[in-house]
Design a protein. Sequence first.
Length: 359
Amino acid sequence: MRRYSHLLSVVGAAAIALGACGDSATTTSSVQTTTTALPTTTESPTSTVTTEAATLLIYSGRSEELVSPLIEIFEEQSGIDVGVRYGSSTEMAATIAAEGAASPADVFYAQDPSTIGSVRELLAPLGDSVLDLAPERFRDPDGYWTGITVRSRVLAYNPDLVSEEELPASFHELTDPAWAGRIGLAPTNGSFLTFVAAMMVLEGEEATLEWLRGMAANDIVEFDGNSPIASAVDAGDISAGLINHYYLLRLAAEQGGTTALNHYWPNPDAGSYVMPSGAAVLATAPNPQGAGDFIEFLLSADSQAYFAESIFEYPVVETAPAPFGAPPIDTLVSPQIPLTDLAETFDRATDLITESGLL
């Protein structure tokens, strides 16, 4: 296993929109050059937002660059003073679990359902006005969280280094010696942990550990996150990498296009797992009304369009546009995994990754 450091400028959501105006004659994947503006303060979104001044505290597993523009708009529209604590979704879930009933948080906004599920007993059921905004497949069946956006696991690949004939039908094929030293992954990333947890649910712990050991033995290239993987694949430093679909689309928006392409897995296994980001209200929330209003705001028409066209994640609201450059969401194959099963295996996923030698 090799460690790879790749410098990548972190561009905020507004800057992504500006970066999409560039052009590159040398790339094979072009991008849309216009993006939906953020919801404005002169026209309210479709959700109902309280105007009574209050304080709302969000524990966010989504990065500040992605969500702070929307939070600022929500503050202006609602009159609610919002505080945000940023960190990884696993860190935020661990904090909520440690704080228990004393947690000051109102909202847990996570990048994956498994971390929300790990603190399910500390959440309050959402009202129907919130739950009805998202399809059943992207929300908790018992109403404790709702999806906000959807991300698909893909294999980003460089067509100059990987022919169409070489593209694997399953992630299982990546342990083949033909891929030795050519694949990048981020073993500590929350999305990779969720993928491993999903594999444990579908195939069992023994098969999952065997695959992880096979990847470690195949000289994978380790990264700290998905963004540098996308950049390394596009630059031709590695042949391919396991990421979520939107990282390559964002890179294309920033630099006017990419050589690298996304390979969407054709089989409904852990490799093609479609993961919603999600939001929930804590049972001990000091401001449950404001928390519900914020989640409704994230599911409003303007916010969902912003996620799709500026962040390149799939919206969960069916009337919102799909991300430019991504296939329609109804064409994606994905296994159906109960949230409770995923949450139960999530903590064990880190143990298996460590035991396999990937860490």
